[in-house]
Design a protein around this ligand. Structure first.
Ligand code: C2E
Ligand code: MG
Ligand code: MG
Ligand code: MG
Length: 292
């Protein structure tokens, strides 16, 4: 019965499939093949330093090149991967792939990988990461794990132990989508985050008159600074938004204003062209979105 509420989410394949359950098992089957036949790919989106527009690193974002549906974004399949446990294999593959790609890039470049709460509750995660880091030869501090507040939902000794173990591995930790979940300052007290990622819902509309978002962003950045953490503003699209999040103290910026997530060939070309990114303006403040 718990799945009934999610029925609408699975309108993914053709409508002649009778049930959400059938549709899900089709996605599941295709996803199993995807892992085996290499049709999953990591794309990378630049994360840019606020003060000088240089590339600090990238966030790895999963894409699925489906045999009949074309490129699919994670919102179409991550929840199914999580429900079926396939996320463990996908997540491990993503960590290994990101480490191997990092090994091809300059040493000052970091890379963030999203970690599902399902992976986070697997006691094997620290050793999976240790192995991936060792095999690729990268410094562990170049790898950043993005974790959402939902890992604190079943907050227990296991959660604390996982944070301790991950810090011992030497990777960085980022709190993703901050402000959208059960945001509690208690998380910031107990968990050793290196970065807070301010969710794009706070950036969007922040430049509108009367918006409360700017005050919220300001309080997050000053809190982060006091705790010695970086902040990334997510989803920055316009020059006005960029000016604002800089002014409000975000140390890093990520968004279509610089680039969407692109494949490794495009990343190699980008890095070869120098450390600087150019803010392009994905859409104007009022107008419709431009195609890039
Ligand atoms: P996220 O980690 O918060 O990633 C940021 C999302 O915002 C990405 O969507 C990115 O493409 C999008 N984005 C970035 N800049 C802009 C912008 O300026 N405007 C707009 N409108 N959107 C922007 P994407 O790639 O579709 O990923 C969605 C979510 O799927 C991610 O949210 C993350 O939670 C999850 N995800 C992606 N890759 C993985 C993965 O490898 N493992 C796991 N467990 N989850 C993943
Ligand atoms: Mg993320
Ligand atoms: Mg996010
Ligand atoms: Mg998100």
């Amino acid at each position: 019965a718990a799945k009934d509420g999610g029925r609408g989410r699975y309108h993914f394949y053709s409508n002649d499939l009778h049930s959400a359950a059938e549709e899900r098992s089709k996605v599941e089957e295709d996803l199993r093949d995807a892992i085996a036949n290499g049709s999953l790919e990591l794309f990378y989106q630049p994360v840019v330093c606020s003060h000088d527009d240089t590339i600090a690193g990238f966030e790895a974002l999963l894409r699925w090149n489906h045999p009949t549906r074309g490129w699919l974004s994670p919102s179409k399949f991550i929840h199914i991967a999580e429900d079926t446990g396939l996320i463990s294999a996908i997540g491990e593959w993503a960590i290994r792939t990101a480490c191997n790609d990092l090994a091809q890039w300059p040493e000052n470049i970091r890379c963030a990988v999203n970690v599902s709460p399902v992976q986070f509750s697997n006691p094997q995660l620290p050793s999976i990461i240790t192995n991936a880091v060792a095999r690729s030869g990268i410094a562990p501090s170049r790898l950043e794990l993005e974790i959402t507040e939902s890992v604190f939902l079943n907050d227990d000794e296991g959660t604390d132990a996982m944070f301790t173990a991950l810090k011992r591995v030497g990777v960085r930790l980022a709190l993703d989508d901050f402000g959208t979940g059960y945001s509690s300052l208690g998380y910031l007290k107990k968990a050793p985050f290196d970065k807070i990622k301010i969710d794009q819902s706070f950036v969007r509309g922040a430049t509108e008159p009367g918006s409360r978002n700017g005050a919220i962003i300001t309080s997050i950045t000053s809190l982060a600074k006091a705790l010695g953490m970086d902040t990334t503003a997510e989803g920055v699209e316009t020059l006005d938004e960029l000016d604002l999040v800089r002014k409000l103290g975000c140390s890093h910026v990520q968004g279509y204003i610089y680039s969407k997530a692109v494949n490794t060939t495009a990343i190699a070309r980008l890095l070869a062209s120098g450390p600087q990114m150019k803010a392009q303006g994905y859409r104007s403040a009022r107008g419709p979105r431009q195609t890039m």
